[in-house]
Write a protein that binds this ligand. Sequence first.
Ligand SMILES: [Zn+2]
Length: 379
Amino acid sequence: MSWRSPTERPLRERTKLDRADSRRHHQSMLLQHLFTDGPASRADLARSTGLTRVTVSDLVAGLIEEGLVAELGAPAESRVGKPPTLIGLVADAKHVVAIDLSVDDQVVGAVLTLTGEVVARESRPLAGRRGGDAVAAVEELAAHLVAQSDRPLLGIGVATPGVVSRDGVVVDAPNLGWHDVPLAARLRDALGHAAYVANDANTAVVGEYTFGGGDEGGLMLMRLSTGVGAGLVLGGAVLHGHHGAAGEIGHVVVDPDGDDCACGRRGCLETFLAVPRLRRRIAAATAEGAGADEVLAAAGRTLGEAVAPVVAALNLGELVLSGPADLVDPLARVAGDTVRARVMPVTAEEFVVRAAKLGDDGVLVGATGLVLAGELGVS
Ligand SMILES: [Zn+2]
């Protein structure tokens, strides 16, 4: 057990690189620039990174040899003199396999390019498999997707519910029956590729923050799936918390006499909002002649009551809900009203609850980001 101060990591924190490996570090600087700002000339790259022209030319030659970047020719608007040749990232030079374990009783996977475009996707039913069987299901789908790719593989990224250590050990994921499962190491050993594992809500909130227009004023993304987890971005940084379990609001008890929860307690917020439970409740209500609206309005109020203190304490600007649209949209409306009615006007004024812009692919894109950060030092 290591004691860490509860400091936040900058979103764009680079992977820890060996200090001696400055060439790789410098390559990462160039790749980061090309990822963030698009194609650039060697001179632009030298200016923006502070490296010498000679060093940049040498690094670019190496990256071209690796196939990660290519010369794109001169920009059309070049004026007099010898036009500079632009260097650009080759988005499909390598592929990433991303796996999302947060969807109800499924293993969802995809092959993506380096810029997060889905090339192929496949989902398989988890069929209630837990523990070692669930690990095997992840290995099987990952192996299948690796075989689907016709490019060199950069690595495998997995987003899972539960508490995950920074080195890819799933500390606790009750819905999958995982406790201290070294998932990243297992995948690395089984498939022979680099593998990274992180909490699905943290993965999704980074995706939403980076690609979904989240602002720095405070964003909480709550992911409604088999379970309920949340990720928080405050001041441009993902919150990890004292033991890496920040955002686990799904297991706050809101009704001590409520239904049994996967964590062993009763009446956790998750028992009101997990997708399978909501679907069952809606089916039961419909059978009795009531509608989905009533079920979702009640769940939305419970959600609003549970998050209002968090919204107030952190002065959050947005709560983003990620999950099936037919559930998320009505929940967002009611939860927003409930929170606004319970917090100070100054907090309520600009607070919004909305659906995630990236939808369910946000988790897969975020999982791709894990691999990019780990292998290329790009985020
Ligand atoms: Zn619970």
